[in-house]
Design a binder for this molecule. Structure first.
Ligand code: ADP
Ligand code: ZN
Length: 615
């Protein structure tokens, strides 16, 4: 807090507040921003862990503007850099990027600006930065700070490991005395330790924000029946909104997008296999649309900051809770309610574990990643508040239930299924890992076609009359999630056997009870739709017309500049303008996110649109 700061640090912090207001148009710092900024302004290293949408970028952008010299921002993806630089330029900040897409002329121009001390922020990739010639040039340039964005990429415990991030530890020696700030949305303690060690931030303070995202309404369901049909159902139940559907493979993104288009949804596919120009065009289409659906592999998204994404649907589950929170977190960045819906199955878990086992990695790291997979499925298939599970996973304490996820709304009822579980485990044990799940269920029901004498002689033959085939399928799936059953992929014809011996014994002894979900319908539709408001929050009929007019103006302006509309103004800002109806520049300036540069560029045009509605 400011009172604890030395006298000398007060002045830069005042300057920081001034820049927040004048350049970025925000009234006050949020959450830990001020603390992190004060630390960097005092010349110290730090690690800041803020949730997606928590305002990480201002933590380094503002100190770079306050202090003399160039601020370096290391970022893993070009899309991320492009968006941030475009946004900064709109706000009148001298920012540029140097990446493989920048041509020689522009490169030379950027270097001239650096040499003349005209540039405040330079975005660069880790491999670009660590080139000897680049380091040499930069070592002759006064630097204000080095920010390392998405810092979890340095950790092989993380879910986004990028070997080239490992080189960044050397920055400590190459630029001694330049404060280094690592920022990420990944908070788990082990990854944090790794970031500090690898990036040589041992002496730096750690700032960890709350991971609450109260605007996100979470739900998850086991995959059942035809996946494509289910996705179409989910998306068409949410018409006229922007959304992202994540799928596990390139082919699947294409086929899902096609199915959605067939149902009248403006959907496009996006994955790393597309030609660069196609990808860029589809991304642009999505970003500029008021309502569009992007069906993508995880190659899409990092750094895509479309604020009005109203839902993220995982057609295939993410890789870990970190990835879950990051991917779901792309919804609702404007702070308005948004949904995260995840489809998952035991087969997905088995496949994920298998992939880890096959990876060329040391054993300890493999175990760490396998544990992350299990923790993800424990959350997805669990019965406690989803948001609370995630926040606890990230190490938050005293977390309360969100009150709005499917599990909080109490749509999942459970019954005691310890005895059926004992039967299933016992049968799996007797069948000795020789058959798949379907056969296990048939065996329990005594329905195996042409059973052998051996099978009918087993004591578990036909003992499962109390449950239907569907219920047995669900129970065996749950036992897989809990590690009580285990599946051997067996080249696509998985065989089921008993899992962890101690845990299975505990179930046999009745020490561990099994609560099974009661057969439930699809939760995602049954939810009361009171939160299903559209992009513009809380606007009356009259204000809505003005809001739409402002959007029309913004679309035209964005087109003429070839930038996404939200780098000009967010929906949320336009909604605030529509509600406040400023008649004068001074009133417009008071609206959140309207900084000096935007006022200068767009003030007149916006006031004119508002004026048209004044009569
Ligand atoms: P992330 O942490 O995901 O990188 P960003 O830095 O992109 O988040 O910020 C998310 C959004 O929050 C942006 O639209 C930004 O303008 C807004 N924002 C950041 N700080 C503030 C603040 N102090 N007051 C109001 N809005 C803010
Ligand atoms: Zn909840």
């Amino acid at each position: 807090m400011t009172t604890a700061l030395a006298e000398a640090e007060l002045a830069p912090l005042d300057a920081a507040r001034e820049i927040l207001r004048r350049t970025f148009g925000h009234q006050a710092f949020r959450g830990l921003q001020e603390d992190v900024i004060a630390e960097v302004l005092a010349g110290r290293n730090a690690l800041a862990v803020l949730p997606t949408g928590g305002g990480k970028s201002l933590c380094y952008q503002i100190p770079a503007l306050v202090q003399p010299g160039l601020g370096l921002v290391v970022s893993p993806l070009i899309a991320l850099m492009t968006d941030q630089v475009a946004g900064l330029v709109q706000s009148g900040v001298a920012a540029a990027r140097l990446d493989s897409n920048i041509d020689l002329d522009e490169r030379a121009h950027t270097w001239r600006r650096i040499e003349r001390g005209e540039l405040d922020l330079l975005y660069i990739s880790p491999e670009g930065l660590m080139q000897p010639s680049m380091l040499d040039r930069l070592s002759r340039t006064p630097l204000s700070l080095i920010a390392i964005d998405e810092a979890h990429c340095v950790s092989q415990w993380g879910h986004d490991f990028r070997p080239e991030y490992r080189m960044l530890g050397r920055l400590a020696d190459i630029f001694p005395g330049v404060p280094r700030l690592a920022v990420t949305a990944t908070a788990d303690a082990r990854t944090r330790d790794d970031i500090r060690a690898e990036l040589r931030l041992e002496d730096g303070r750690e700032f960890v924000a709350s991971f609450a995202r109260p605007e996100l309404i979470l739900s998850a369901e086991r995959k059942r029946g035809n996946l494509e049909k289910r996705i179409v159902e989910l998306v068409t139940a949410r018409p006229d909104r922007s959304g992202v559907v994540y799928a596990g493979s390139r082919d699947k993104t294409e086929s899902l997008a096609e199915a959605l288009r067939g149902a009248g949804v403006p959907a496009v596919a996006y994955h790393a296999g597309l030609e660069k120009s196609v990808r860029a065009r589809r991304l642009e289409e999505f970003l500029e649309a008021d309502a569009a659906v992007m069906v993508a592999t995880i190659a899409f998204g990092m750094g895509v900051d479309k604020p009005d994404v109203r839902f993220v649907i995982h057609a295939d589950p993410p890789s870990a809770i970190e990835a879950y929170w990051q991917e779901i977190g792309r919804a609702g960045r404007d702070g308005d309610p948004a949904e995260g819906i995840t489809l998952y199955g035991a087969a997905d878990m088995v496949w994920a574990l298998r992939r880890i086992a096959e990876r060329d990695m040391d054993e300890v790291a493999k175990q760490g990643q396998a544990k992350k997979v299990r923790q993800l499925y424990a959350m997805l298939d669990g019965v406690g508040c989803r948001a609370a599970s995630v926040r606890r996973y990230f190490g938050e304490e005293g977390v309360e239930a969100c009150g709005q996820c499917d599990l909080c709304l109490g749509t999942v009822e459970t019954t005691d299924a310890t005895v059926p579980a004992q039967k299933a485990l016992s049968a799996a044990h007797r069948l000795n890992g020789r058959f798949g799940r379907g056969r296990l269920v048939d065996h329990l029901l005594g329905k195996t076609k042409e059973p052998s004498d051996w099978e009918t002689s087993l004591s578990t033959w036909g003992v499962g009359q109390e449950l239907s085939a569907q219920q047995w399928r669900e129970l065996t799936e749950q036992l897989l999630f809990e590690g009580l059953l285990r599946e051997d992929p067996n080249d696509g014809r998985p065989l089921v056997g008993v899992g962890d011996a101690d845990a299975v014994r505990a179930v046999f002894r009745g020490e561990r009870r099994i609560a099974m979900r009661k057969a439930s319908g699809r939760e995602s539709e049954r939810r009361p739709r009171k939160r299903g408001r559209e992009t513009a929050p809380d606007l009356g009929e009259a204000d809505r017309a003005l809001f739409e007019a402002l959007r029309t103006w913004r679309t035209a302006e964005a087109k003429s500049q070839h930038v996404p509309p939200y780098v000009i103004f967010h929906d949320r800002t336009l909604a605030e303008i529509a509600a406040a109806k400023p008649a004068l520049r001074a009133a417009l300036e008071r609206i959140n996110s309207v900084g000096e540069a935007k006022l200068a560029h767009y003030g007149e045009a916006v006031l004119k649109v508002v004026g048209g509605f004044a009569a």
